[in-house]
Design a protein around this ligand. Sequence first.
Ligand SMILES: C[S@@+](CC[C@H](N)C(=O)[O-])C[C@H]1O[C@@H](n2cnc3c(N)ncnc32)[C@H](O)[C@@H]1O
Length: 282
Amino acid sequence: MAFAPFVLGRRTIGGVGSYFDLITDDARLFYGESFHFGYFAGEANTLEQGLEAHTDLVLEMAQLEKATKVLDVGCGIGTPAIRLASRYGAHVTGVNISQEQVRQGRVLIEQRGLSNRIDLQRGNALELEFQDASFDAVLCVEVGGDICVQSKDKQTLVQELFRIVKPGGSIGFSDLVFTSSPTLEEENALRTLLYHEGKELITDWASLFLQAGFIVERSTDILPQTMPTWDYTMATYQKRSEEAARRYGRRRTENILLNLRKIPLILQKYAAFPVLSLKKPA
Ligand SMILES: C[S@@+](CC[C@H](N)C(=O)[O-])C[C@H]1O[C@@H](n2cnc3c(N)ncnc32)[C@H](O)[C@@H]1O
């Protein structure tokens, strides 16, 4: 998820990197250190706890108990990698198309004293510079729709993940998807928050992973449990509306708030949030 009122032109891979370069400071200020939706099940009572719970769910799906080398694809500023490294014994490599996120992530990792356990690199998830079967497990936390700027990229991504994970290795995957196209007006509201159009996110990830040769071991839709994210986001925006008005102008800030109220309704109508546990046959 991205959080800023920028609307750019047609997406390209380089453009997505520049977009995340641009929005990262604002997103950290208004939203937090994880660039994904919160997962509010059980004990998550704050936005931060919801964001962490989403990471934890994908970590669980990645079956990391025996992993020694893990890849985090589209790793944000390294927050999921830091959580992984502090809980499991594995070494984590994070790849991100955004140079600025790699830079900020390296600072965070250094501050946590984890530089020997986590390595962040700038790179394109569609052309990973790793040999075949390099990793025991892969994390893919809410990135599929961001990485894939064209429809054919979705197949490329799952094939690339199949290539770099070892036989018997696993993947924890989550992403927002749409099941049908929103109207033009709804797409405009979505643009307050999403860089891509809802219709571009119409994807059956489980089928794509199956076609690439993976076994789908677990699959669940967490859309309902992500919904409180919107209440927290709106509350933060309202609480910090003066700061937002200084940054974006008052009219634009009001427009953001207006659209933020519409987004949960649009998602309930058209979206799902699959979380998958995938295994490459041994
Ligand atoms: C919604 S954020 C999720 C970040 C992180 N997984 C997290 O949960 O905090 C999407 C991330 O994918 C990265 N990204 C987008 N396209 C990419 C690509 N082609 N290759 C690698 N990373 C990419 C973005 O820069 C951003 O860090």
